[in-house]
Ligand binder design. Sequence first.
Ligand code: GLN
Length: 547
Amino acid sequence: MSRYIFVTGGVVSSLGKGLTAAALGALLQARGFTVRLRKLDPYLNVDPGTMSPFEHGEVFVTDDGAETDLDLGHYERFTGVSATSTDSVSCGKIYSKVLEKERRGDYLGKTIQVIPHVTNEIKDFLALGDNEVDFMLCEIGGTVGDIEGLPFFEAIRQFSHERAEKQCIFIHLTLLPYIAASGELKTKPTQHSVKELRSIGLSPDILVCRTDRDIPQKEREKLALFCNVRKESVIAAPDLESIYEAPLCYMREKLDQAVLDAFQISPAPSPNLQIWEDVADRINNPEGEVHIAIVGKYTQLEDAYKSIAEALTHGGMANRTRVISTWIDAEIFERKNPTELLQKFNAILVPGGFGERGTEGKILAAHFARTKNVPYLGICLGMQMAVIEAARNLVGISSAGSEEFFEQNTDKGVTPVIYHLKEWYKDRKKFVRSSQDHKGGSMRLGAYKADLVLNSKVQQIYQATEISERHRHRYEVNIKYKADLEKCGMVFSGVSPDGKLPEIVELKDHPWYIGVQFHPELKSKPFEPHPIFKDFVKAALDQSRLV
Ligand code: GLN
């Protein structure tokens, strides 16, 4: 049976539980163990797919098509283990399952209650895939004391009670604030947070404390005594320049050792941290820098494009280059000439997005990149905008647009170069959609294969003729414009295996201009940068040498 590590948070939110879980996963792997990471979110949305990126940050998509929390991205980037739909659950999803069973009559007339029905459903989720790995790391979203988190806390309490001794441990992440006036790190909020945990029957085995400075011995002893943990189990989590230093930092703090001690695993296999040393070296010792403009919609919140920011960092690491990204709100180009703002950048990236707002600005950014020979990467909506730009200005279809923006308004003047896909196949399974569908979970989601055209730029970049990438979109480039666009130099260099869905476009006579219908950023890792991002940063570097 797998051993379970539950990661909870206290004092304040946003302390980085996901990162701690991910870095611990990497450390356990470095000692030869297998791991799987899971996220349990207390909110009542069924999944984050319909949540605004401003509220919740990026939606991370798994190969099997689940729309999940962005922490799953951290898990994949640190452990390389591909997440699946069974690695993320929300209270909303648990409740829908319980209510579905109730309607079906599965509970045989019983009164349905949080305990045991909701908690049992959570425990069933936790037990999925038990036995498959050495360690299952489960992060509970939110902070202890949140009303909606209670069923999860109760479920993990019961789960550990029902398992054999030393099969489950609890890590609690808290904050040690520094009070400048007294020159002290304060332990009281952590003590209160642990007290709150204990009031619901949970005792942490390990405390991970976020601080902006070292924790003096005296405070470590105090925390150990009042929170009932070993002194060696008080782990400092200092602020880091780069998140990728976290595994090495936690190793120095002996977090993994504390975990193995808590499970009484002895002797512990010694760790091999070569890949993380290489990652840290590449991050800390860049030999050059490039400036990349990201022209998007959700630019006030970096988390909205988390994986893109990380994939650019990975691309930089592969080229030993620091990538300095500037986030630009696309709407600005509807008032201001793009040249003024964009000419100082070595490359332009237009990310994914939804809705019409800002799209004319993105089209202008694509136009600038195409006509000024600046490297351009268009992701999902960014590809669709590049195609609209080419259709308007190269093919001459001045009314070219996307059904996403006029379907509802029945504006007959627009030519749908981008159209609403209503029917498609995956692994012989047919998917059918209509405009009346629910918004949740109804896009083309998850991994799809594409065939690459021989000798195209992307075929050289991937060094492959068949790829698989993750999708999340409702609209598609209409293949019927392929011939016209290709005549003008926009090559359809990646298409779905049945030849119906354009997956990649690139410009023939341009140093680097690529649009991809999928999200390559979701598969990039610091130790395995995605080829598209690696080559994009290289193109930016080449461009920087021209000026
Ligand atoms: N809104 C577009 C669509 O649904 C693009 C989606 C995206 O960029 N992820 O097709």
